[in-house]
Design a protein around this ligand. Structure first.
Ligand code: ADP
Length: 341
């Protein structure tokens, strides 16, 4: 039966039409107006735990999108995420989420942000749907809406059939999906995900990444993915933020970072062969050999591919591969972190 409060709420509700799919949720506007082009603005945040400096004057702003938050253990990633949620008290500086102050406006921030912690956060004794609905109520949804949304998001993450099972009987993969469902039950505009693919097998990981990317592609929910798995970031993120020892090291799009300063092509040989290099030089190409048999040739890819084939024919060297010289995310990450140490 409709209560007066529900009828009032229904009358006030403006539907966004933010649907996750034909059978996915369509969600009401939480009623918070924001006027910033950035989802997240971090200005000179410092966080000390006693003598331990976890974040050291970190500043960056993120537009809507899917971002990877990377850094070695202890770099400050979790502290950064918790600062955004108002879960830890920042020592100095400011964190704004959709224009709202993470400390002063923390209640509104929690309505707009979904958080999937790395640790288990399921509620033992509850069934899947009850646990998600409870998370919805904690994020400010009225009980009826929370239950309706719980069913919708469990369908989205693929736990529809297990919704009436007690959560402590779930496998690792199911628990990760359950945590994602709990993080998105209130239709947040931003989700902060801490190691969401941890413990998943390759198929489970692939599915989880698709669900995460789908949040932005289908509903425009921005994603900040904190992980150690660089491959996951390469798969679904547009940009990265790399932190180390509490400092911001890199913030850029992956496309920009992968583009080397000079156009290069990597040529791999079965075994090192000085005659091959000499033939490249003879063809007028500049090259270097960072590792034996791994040659980086400067110039445009078509010229180099033809010259490498020609050099191989002349010298009898066996080519293993010719590939684009773009930096891998692993190289970018290691370079940023090693430079700091
Ligand atoms: P990450 O998530 O990148 O592994 P954290 O944000 O968890 O990094 O930790 C950053 C630093 O702050 C580390 O040196 C860690 O030991 C310290 N730290 C984190 N939480 C606490 C805490 N509650 N009390 C004291 N030190 C902490």
């Amino acid at each position: 039966m409709w209560t007066a409060a529900l009828l009032r709420r229904a009358a006030q509700a403006r539907f966004f039409g933010r649907s996750l799919g034909s059978d996915g949720p369509v969600v009401e506007d939480p009623g918070v107006e924001t006027d910033t082009q950035f989802t997240i603005e971090i200005d000179q945040i410092t966080k000390r735990y006693g003598d331990n400096l976890a974040l050291d004057a970190v500043s960056f702003s993120l537009p809507p999108g899917v971002f990877g938050l990377l850094g070695p253990n202890g770099a400050g990633k979790s502290t950064l995420i918790k600062s955004l949620m108002g879960l830890v008290r920042i020592t100095s500086g400011e964190a704004r989420v959709l224009g709202l102050d993470s400390r002063r406006d923390f209640r509104q921030v929690r309505q707009l942000v979904g958080y999937m912690p790395e640790d288990d956060c399921i509620y033992p004794g509850l069934k899947g749907v009850e646990s998600v609905a409870f998370a919805g109520e904690l994020s400010g949804l009225p009980p009826v809406d929370a239950l309706r949304r719980a069913h919708e998001v469990l369908d989205y993450v693929g736990l529809g059939e297990a919704r009436y099972r007690e959560v402590q009987t779930y496998s690792t993969g199911m628990r990760q999906k359950q945590k994602l469902a709990q993080a998105i039950v209130h239709d947040p505009r931003i989700v902060l995900l801490d190691e969401p693919t941890s413990g998943l097998d390759p198929l489970g990981r692939k599915r989880m990444l698709k669900l995460i990317r789908g949040l932005y592609d289908r509903t425009g929910t921005s994603v900040i993915l904190s992980t150690h798995i660089l491959h996951d970031v390469e798969q679904i993120c547009d940009s990265v933020v790399i932190v180390g020892h509490g400092k911001l090291l890199v913030q850029d799009t992956i496309a920009n970072l992968r583009r080397p300063a000079d156009e290069t092509v990597k040529v791999g040989l079965e075994q090192p062969d000085p005659a091959f290099g000499a033939a490249l030089t003879e063809a007028g190409l500049r090259w270097e050999e960072p590792q034996p048999g791994e040659i980086r040739v400067f110039g445009d890819s078509d010229t180099i591919a033809a010259a490498a084939m020609d050099a191989a024919r002349k010298t009898g060297a066996l080519l293993r591969r010719i590939e684009s010289g773009r930096n891998s995310l692993e190289e970018i990450f290691l370079k940023a972190v090693e430079k700091q140490n």
